[in-house]
Design a protein around this ligand. Structure first.
Ligand code: SF4
Length: 452
């Protein structure tokens, strides 16, 4: 008798699963007589040209299905639990953890601290490796999974224990060495905290991680995000202009070294550093194909390039239009400049642009992805908004019209008495939204600054 049942949530129309008459509520018990621990096992075991699938139908009858298929062809099954296992929460108490700095009373899921290596592969999450067992490492190596995205913070073991508030955090660095030796692709991330892992410690971390090049493909350095809810937490100070200048100088120096050796730049400072330092953003080539975009590295450069391209391709005309745009204080000057550029070819478009101050989390939080409905409504009420208000998609929960504070798109429309247009990811989308054209842009993204 197989112990673990994986309940099917849905099957893809036209898939092998549908052909085999599998349906929601049935359960997968085994593949090739092996029990399935989680999604890793399932993906590995089903990548074969012949498989035997043991299924328990809703009426408890067991079916053993023999399947001949192309090795890469997916069976078309979605499971109720995407991981096919319990989600693992983190064992750390990082001094910079954003979740510890959130106000009380938000929706429960926002307080869940995941640190599950399987999410690293499935969704690109960054993990600390502190709750990864030898068995996990062996499976990653056996299945040759990758890339694994590692929240490194520092390669100094004692400092890592202090920063992650976990006495095993230093030891966990050795797991990177194992993954490196096995050729498992990795990316790294450092949340820079002034006086802790900056300065010489940052040089040490870059130097140490550089040893894993090119198996480790990139590392990003992002400034710590501090909200106003830090009572009783580790005393951290915000990254100031001088800190940002110093970090950029260090990182750019290392970029030259890596570029000479490997032909790519490896280490990247996030956009926020350049804004804090008041420096020009790096040119596009320096982002190595925007490999760290999800960490806020290159989002602004990509947006500039895409909007400029759309502008060049546009004819321009005298259409009449009045709209408004709300965004965070960080991207505001860039969006202002790009909007002014667009208006050179469309002189009768009037744009009211509003940088929204983040009172909800605190004024040091300047990204658009953490703006709440209440801050937006509170600061735009009574302002001229024109015929529609444009908001970036990253202000909303993925796939839904809900802000971080659970207010909805409809709440904002009702309160501000203006239709809201959620602008999708690319620079072409932004251009189209400003000029009032429906056409969707390509799905390249300058998406979210995630909660970290
Ligand atoms: S930052 Fe991540 S790993 Fe650290 S305590 Fe928070 S959730 Fe856990």
């Amino acid at each position: 008798m197989k112990e673990k049942k994986h309940i099917i949530q849905s099957v893809t129309p036209g898939s092998i699963a549908e052909e085999l008459e599998l349906e929601a509520g049935d359960a997968v018990l085994a593949v090739n007589d092996s029990e399935i621990e989680d999604i890793f096992d399932y993906q590995f075991l089903t990548q074969d040209s012949y498989i035997e699938l043991l299924v328990e139908k809703k009426d408890k009858e067991e079916w053993l299905l023999e399947i001949d298929k192309d090795p890469d062809e997916d069976l078309g099954i979605q499971f109720e639990n995407g991981l096919m296992d319990e989600y693992r929460s983190c064992r750390n108490k990082c001094v910079f953890c954003f979740i510890d700095q959130m106000p009380p009373g938000m929706r429960d899921t926002l307080y869940f601290k995941d640190d599950d290596s399987r999410l690293s592969f499935l969704q690109g999450n960054y993990v600390t490796l502190t709750n990864m067992s030898d068995h996990d490492i062996e499976r990653i190596i056996k299945y040759h999974l990758g890339p694994i995205n590692v929240s490194v913070q520092t390669t100094n073991p004692e400092l890592r224990c202090e920063m992650l508030h976990n006495r095993f955090a230093g030891e966990a660095l050795k797991k990177m060495e194992k993954l490196y030796r096995a050729g498992i692709e990795m990316n790294g991330q450092v949340v820079l905290c002034a006086g802790l892992n900056d300065g010489e410690e940052l040089d040490r971390t870059i130097r140490d991680l550089g040893r894993f090049c090119p198996v480790m493909q990139s590392m990003s350095v992002v400034p710590v995000g501090l909200t106003k809810y830090r009572d009783g937490l580790y005393p951290l100070r915000p990254i100031e202009k001088e800190d940002a200048e110093r970090a950029i100088d260090q990182i750019e120096r290392w970029q030259k070294i890596f570029y000479e050796k490997y032909g790519f730049h490896f280490v990247h400072a996030s956009d926020e550093f350049y804004v804090l330092a008041g420096r020009t953003l790096p040119e596009e080539e320096r982002y190595d194909g925007y490999i760290q975009l999800e960490n806020g590295v290159g989002m602004l450069r990509l947006l500039i390039e895409e909007v400029t391209e759309a502008y060049k391709n546009a004819k321009g005309d005298l259409r009449q239009r009045e709209i408004s745009i709300a965004t965070g204080k960080l991207p505001y000057p860039f969006l202002r400049e790009l909007t002014d550029l667009i208006c050179e070819k469309f002189p009768n478009i009037r744009v009211h642009m509003y940088p929204v101050t983040n009172y909800f989390f605190g004024e040091k939080i300047t990204v658009s992805g953490l703006i709440t409905g209440q801050d937006l409504i509170g600061q735009l009420a009574g302002q001229p908004l024109g015929q529609e208000l444009l908001l970036p998609v990253n202000m909303f929960r993925s796939g839904e019209n809900v802000f971080l504070d659970d207010l909805t798109l409809e709440d904002a429309q009702r309160a501000l008495q203006v239709p809201v247009n959620i602008v999708k990811s690319s620079g072409q989308d932004f251009f189209n939204a400003v000029v009032g054209e429906e056409k969707d842009g390509e799905e390249t993204s300058w998406q979210c600054y995630e909660i970290r």
